[in-house]
Write a protein that binds this ligand. Sequence first.
Ligand code: ADP
Ligand code: MG
Length: 619
Amino acid sequence: MAKVAINLSTGSIQQEEIIVGIDLGTTNSLVAYIHPEGRQPLAINDQGRGTIVPSVVHFPGGGDAPIVGTDAKQYLLTEPQNTIYSVKRLLGKSYHDLGQHAEELGYKVIDDNSEGLVKIRVGEKFYSPIELSAEILKELRLRAEHALKTPVNKAVITVPAYFNDSQRQATRDAGRLAGLEVLRIVNEPTAAALAYGIGLSPDEEKTVAVYDLGGGTFDVSILRIQQGIFEVLSTNGDTYLGGDDLDRAIYDHWASEYQLSTILFQNPSAQQELRLLAEQAKRQLSSQDTFEADFGGTTLPLSKAKFNELVQPLVARTITSCRQALADAKLTPQDLDAVLLVGGSTRVPLVYEAVSEFFQQPANNSLNPDEVVALGAAIQADILGGNRRDVLLLDVTPLTLGIETLGGLMDPIIPRNSKIPTKAGRQYTTSVDGQVNLKISVYQGERDLVKENRKLAEFDLRGIPAMPAGLPKVDVNFILNADGILKVEAIELRSNTRQAVEIKPQYGLTDDQVEQMLMDSLTHAREDVAARMVIEARTVAEQMLYQVERFVAKNGQHLTEEEISQTTAGVEQLKTALTTQDKDTILKAVDELEELTRPFAERVMNISISQAMAGKKIE
Ligand code: ADP
Ligand code: MG
């Protein structure tokens, strides 16, 4: 397909524009590009502020004008409710996916009791992780534009290899909301390998391990690289293990060894100070043998030997993951051509030693571990920009393919720019009790509402056995072959009822139309996401009303009169909120009704609402 770039300020189509590579990290984010003369990847350091932008978004006073990065980080302990960190953990996830981890966050994730994507409450506003990630991306984009003195509208963004479709789509949406056309979502280990110069030549065959220990997460991936294609053979890790835990180990050691508990008790600024000292100690011990600091008159020392002893169990856990990853890939250490280190925490000498020992070869730590992923993303961007003749570009699908879900929303199944042939699928369910038919409408395009996209086909899956809403499981699979023919099939798993169509998505579509559709998706990104959020809020609210009313009708005899009248009031409030079309008002009423009904809903019937509401509904 033609390569289009849109200048957002003029609306004109540009050629030969800079495409940046972005590492959107859990703890830190960076943007990099290929220097046009040096042809080397470089992390952008705007105004000497450093290359690293902490992935923290702070809303001063709970208002709606956020600040991002180092300036936001200082509010983590003093204003936790207005300061969002680690939002990457929430991307593309529902409240159910988070489980007990929702309570560990300093800010409020609302419990809408659904499979819908999570929302975060800040003051009177509700944000999706997509919007919050978009704030981080916007900051990176601004820094790039400022440093490079040119508009930046295109990017390659990295995600962990284990991210699922929904998390990848959420990352794309965040990019679009930040005014970036996301040319490709690339796996972080793939980007790391590219940065280390692996996989650039088509006749190269290599097997590598990528060990990535960041601030809050750890993952290890085994990659096979063949003819410029990166295959993930296995991944393993722990999404709750990283540098923060090393800091925490030091913190706890000091707190108990030097009787600091009275000073720290209910004192966020003292806690913050000690946490920062712990991180400082850890960093210093990566290059020196001792550390000492003063904490309110108490001297806190830490030797490297003591530090190693404290973090040894944590490092051992990462090695267990490495062993598992290698076993899953059915390989031994001798099969690996290289072991690549990624992530700030791999600077800890004990980590380097443990990894090198386990893989029986010196790990490669020759690149700056904070920057590796962003540098690799910049190289991938350069390849997609067609600036590297030696690397082959594969056929891709120019527009997203998806289906319509509740409220007329587009649910993308195969994202644009996916290499073809490709296959993807998702599971759906019914929204009404006893529903026996499911309409599958297939669309093409980048907009959030299907009415703005191009309809390709529609068919009914009939003969679903009558069951309560949410119980049937319908798999919808998209299979796009090398000739660009799309087969869409829907299968109800219990009865094995199936139905399929074949379509040629590119039929009758000109390059100009594709360009126009891409341009529209960027210029309408804000209003589209806003419309999507209102529809999602309405869907959650309507389902909640349906369930609560059904619950009260069924279990009224177990409730006190007061509970019933409170619930009725909450229901009325939600109904009124629904008439406003304002997502914050609706979600606030949902949040309140849920808080109100949870205690007795749990008491009366553990299975009730949550079970019946599981699963995503089509129509
Ligand atoms: P992520 O990819 O999860 O966003 P990073 O790769 O940026 O995270 O890693 C951040 C972590 O690296 C932090 O916990 C930080 O303390 C740690 N780190 C940075 N520099 C050093 C160092 N010199 N020694 C030890 N740890 C470090
Ligand atoms: Mg990282």
